[in-house]
Ligand binder design. Structure first.
Ligand SMILES: Cc1ncc(C[n+]2csc(CCOP(=O)(O)OP(=O)(O)O)c2C)c(N)n1
Length: 334
């Protein structure tokens, strides 16, 4: 399946909203990378610069009460689901006001208030957690959809088979999205993936699957809309395989010397924000308006960073709250 053709009925307002969201994601990450240089963002940052169309197109189809699970590269997914950018920046800087009180950092943001069940630093781990959440929703006969995003490296881990199989057997309300940037950390995924890859594996387990250009936000939006409609109608899980490209290194500290500058330059020409801007421009949206979207996003994230810098670090005692063994008599003995 390639999904419905998105160019036929261009909804300028919706594409403009995607353009704004993609700019917010990019500006957030560029600001976070500056924070890494400034040594105030502690821990690793995994940027999704170049991959924004997947985050924007998928999350635009989720209701606030739907559940989202993300990866170690989850800023875009989290912003798209509706998390507050200042709270996210506080989280990255380890400050009071962070979505998880500054304890999760970039890789472990969760924000239940917007249905964001969690980013996860363990590759593929969220696939089975998503199946569990979807099973709970089905048992409780709730109308929500669970959406789980993961990278192409995740399809070579066991939870991929377990999670998809379970979801298919029990016809669970879950959308699996493989955000395929061609790399698993520093390794080209095709060198470690047997057979025809993500979509073929999902189809083999009986999941209707959409193969997508993940840099085309309209294609991602249209396919997600169709998949979510089917899931809400009780038709069981769906799978999206979206091909994209990350323009930065694996982390903020990775110079990405495993690929050539020419390759990156060529892929930069197909990056999703420029592509959306081109379509909007051709449809009559003025370049000043598009520039204003970018400026607003940059200003929002600069302000978020400023507020995070001004926020205090959590008091030392809070290191002992929210921990899994709280109440454990062995811990009480300390
Ligand atoms: C279970 C597990 N194994 C290894 C790692 C180390 N690791 C972190 S990111 C990554 C690559 C993941 O690739 P992919 O799922 O394609 O996501 P991408 O980084 O490309 O977005 C690896 C191997 C990990 N975090 N978890």
């Amino acid at each position: 399946m390639t999904g419905p053709s998105p160019g036929d009925n261009l909804d300028i307002k919706r594409l403009r909203a995607h353009h704004r969201m993609m700019w917010r994601i990019r500006a957030f990450e560029e600001q976070a990378l500056r924070g890494l240089d400034d040594k105030v963002v502690l821990g690793a940052i995994h940027p999704s610069i170049g991959q924004e169309a997947v985050a924007a197109g998928v999350t635009a189809n989720l209701a606030p009460s739907d559940i989202l699970l993300s990866t170690h590269r989850g800023h875009g997914h989290t912003l798209g689901k509706g998390a507050d950018s200042t709270a996210m920046m506080c989280e990255l800087l380890g400050r009071v006001g962070g979505n998880c009180g500054g304890k999760g950092g970039s890789m472990h943001i969760a924000d239940f208030s917007v249905g964001m069940l969690g980013a996860n630093g363990v590759v593929a781990a969220n696939i089975v957690i998503a199946a569990g959440a979807a099973h709970a929703i089905k048992l409780k006969r709730e109308p929500h959809v669970v959406c789980c995003l993961f990278g192409d490296g995740a399809i070579n881990r066991g939870p991929f088979l377990e999670g998809l199989n379970w979801a298919a057997v029990f016809k669970l309300p879950v959308l699996f999205v493989c955000e395929d940037n061609g790399f698993a950390a520093t390794t080209r995924t095709h060198t470690m993936t047997a057979g025809a890859g993500a979509g073929a594996r999902a189809r083999a387990l009986g999941l209707p699957t959409f193969e997508l250009d993940g840099n085309d936000v309209l294609a991602v939006d249209a396919a997600t809309a169709e998949a979510v409609r089917a899931i809400r109608a009780g038709e069981g899980p769906r799978f999206l395989h979206a091909r994209t490209y990350r323009l930065t290194g694996h982390t903020g500290a990775d110079a990405a010397t495993y690929r050539s500058a020419d390759e990156v330059a060529a892929r930069r020409r197909g990056e999703p924000i420029g592509r959306a801007a081109e379509i909007l421009g051709a449809a009559g949206v003025l370049s000043e308006e598009l520039a204003a979207d970018a400026r607003a996003a940059i200003e929002e994230m600069r302000a978020a960073y400023g507020k995070a810098l001004a926020a205090p670090f959590p008091p030392a005692e809070t290191a002992f709250t929210d921990v899994q063994d709280a109440g454990d008599p062995r811990r009480e003995a300390f």
